[in-house]
Structures are given as C-alpha cells and as structure tokens.
Design a protein around this ligand. Structure first.
Ligand code: 13P
Ligand code: SF4
Length: 303
C-alpha cells in the first residue's frame, strides 16, 4: 500500500471531519483505509449513525445517493463519478410510471440498487439482506419489484402468497454465473459449501447451500462449522472473508466475477475526493423527501 497517500488521506480525513464508508466489493487497499466496510443495508444504516461533516462513499452511485438521501446536512462524496450500477440503470422512469398506472393496486418495492428518483416513486426499499422480509411485511397482496428479476424470484419463493410483478433487470456480474459453473466448482471442491448472492439466477440459487447478502456471507462463514466455501459473488468479498477467517478456505465460484464499477475507486481518487471535494452527490429536495420515506419505511418494516 502506498504509505504516503494513506497518510495524506488520514490527515485530510481528520481536517475535514470525514468518514470513509466502503462496500465489501471495493479494492483491498480501500477496504483497509475505510472506517466501515459492509453490505448495502449496513452502509445505509451506518450513514444514519455517523457523526461527521463529510462522508466519502467508496462504492457506486446509488449507494452514495442513498447516503445523501439520509444525510441532507452532510457533504457526501463519491470519489469516481463514473462508478454506476448497470442494474440500477435498467429502470426507465417513464416506463415505471406506466407500470404504476397499469397496476394501481401494486405499490413499488425498489431494491436499494436504484436511483433516488425510482426510490421516490416507491412505497419501500429493500436490500439483498432483507428483500423477502420486506415483501412479506408490506401490507399489500401484490407489488411491483424493481429492478432485479433474480432477487424478485428469490423473494417470491420465500413469500409465495404475494404476487410479485418483476422488472426485467439483473446484475451482469451475478447473472453471468450459470448452473454448469456451480457444478464445475463443486466437482473441483467437493467438501466446500456453495454460498451465493440472491442476484444470481434461480437455477444457480437452487444448487446453493446458502443464499445471503455480502455481509450475510461473512456472518455465515464465521459461524459455520465448514472449513471450505465456494463464493458466488463479486470477488472483492474474498478479501474480507479470508482476512476474518484465516483458518478457512474460500474459492471464487468464477474468477471473473468482477464488477468494474466497484473497482474504479482507488486510493488516488479517495485522496482527490477529500482534497477537491469531488464528487458531491446531491438529490433535489422534492425527490429526496419522497425517497427518504421509502428508505425509512424499509427500516421501520424491519423492526
Ligand atoms: P449487498 O452487499 O448489499 O449484498 O449487495 C451487493 C451488490 O451487488 C451491491 O451492488
Ligand atoms: Fe450493480 Fe452488480 Fe456492480 Fe452491484 S455488482 S454495483 S448490482 S453491477
């Protein structure tokens, strides 16, 4: 790790009373300098608890936007403005509004991987850590679920009594995993448990021993008696899994499970963010207030 840059980041962080939040898929050196590393749910909760003037969000755009929705009085910085989420980008507002008109009795539940505007049109948000719980808890028999069709399918299997109208989105990094990839990995590592993310295809999920959000995977690996795990999510999580479980073995389900957007952020971009106040993420107040309600409703439905 570049010690000079790290020292400079630490100094500036102090000067600016800043906190660094990083997603589990971030580069190793970013995870190492972060004040908190977690999944989308943990990071959005953390964003409501931190005492600081500036949040440097090392993740993708919708995550920083969620932090901005929850913290109108803080400066939220996304070090790389190009760090987007192709799945979040599949939701077209005009089309979503048409769906809302077409299905007036089916409110929108949006995966947190959406823009603030989509959240503002939603009854509640959810994350990979709580999607079935939220779908079950909302007081409606039918819902529109955006944008991840795989997460929608996984939630539907656990809450079959609800009708789910799914958007046709998916995460390219998780959706590329096929059934044969799981079979191949199991043949190579017959003693390993298969743990996959709910953004994977239904036929992949069917072959898994456990399905969880990224931090859910970390908790599962820690508490499990098993010593070997095949991990079906973005390979950035392996760093944390190995660091926190040095006595256990973790194998990527596929070595090319890489989200390019999660890898754009470097130590240099974090330093620039703090030095040049780049890039400030702001949400227009009318949209923020409505999006805030959807995120807050998720927290309320969980308790
Ligand atoms: P979680 O870390 O919330 O499981 O989400 C994974 C993901 O793809 C975020 O973009
Ligand atoms: Fe979006 Fe998938 Fe990348 Fe997460 S891993 S940011 S869902 S493209």
């Amino acid at each position: 790790m570049d010690k000079t840059i790290v020292e400079e980041i630490k100094k500036l962080k102090k000067q600016r009373n800043a906190i660094i939040l990083a997603h589990n898929y971030q580069r190793e050196e970013i995870q190492d300098i972060a004040d908190f590393v977690g999944d989308s749910l943990e990071l959005s909760k953390k964003a409501t608890q931190v005492q600081c003037d500036v949040i440097v969000f090392c993740g993708v755009h919708f995550m920083a936007e969620t932090a901005a929705i929850l913290n109108p009085d803080k400066t939220v910085l996304l070090p790389e403005i190009e760090a987007g989420c192709p799945m979040a980008d599949t939701v077209n507002i005009r089309e979503l509004k048409e769906w809302i008109k077409k299905y007036p009795n089916s409110p929108v539940i949006s995966y947190v991987n959406t823009t603030a505007e989509v959240k503002s049109l939603s009854y509640a948000c959810c994350t990979s850590a709580n999607a079935p719980q939220i779908v079950k808890a909302v007081p409606f028999d039918s819902i529109i679920f955006v944008p991840d069709k795989n997460l929608a399918d996984w939630a539907k299997k656990q809450v079959p009594e609800k009708e789910i109208i799914p958007w046709n989105g998916f995460c390219p990094t998780h959706h590329m995993i096929k059934k044969d990839d799981v079979i191949r990995a199991k043949n190579i590592y017959p003693d390993a448990l298969v743990v996959v993310h709910p953004e994977c295809r239904p036929e992949v999920i069917e072959l898994a021993d456990h399905v969880a959000s990224t931090s859910g995977m970390v908790r599962f690996a820690k508490s499990s008696q098993a010593k070997e795990f095949i991990i079906g999510t973005e390979i950035g999580l392996l760093y944390r899994l190995r660091k926190e479980n040095p006595d256990k073995k973790f194998y990527p389900l596929k070595t090319n499970m890489i989200c390019p957007n999660m890898k754009i952020t470097t130590l240099e971009s974090v330093l620039r963010a703090l030095k040049e106040n780049k890039y400030i993420i702001q949400v227009p107040e009318d949209i923020r207030l409505k999006a805030y309600e959807a995120v807050q409703r998720m927290f309320n439905l969980m308790s």
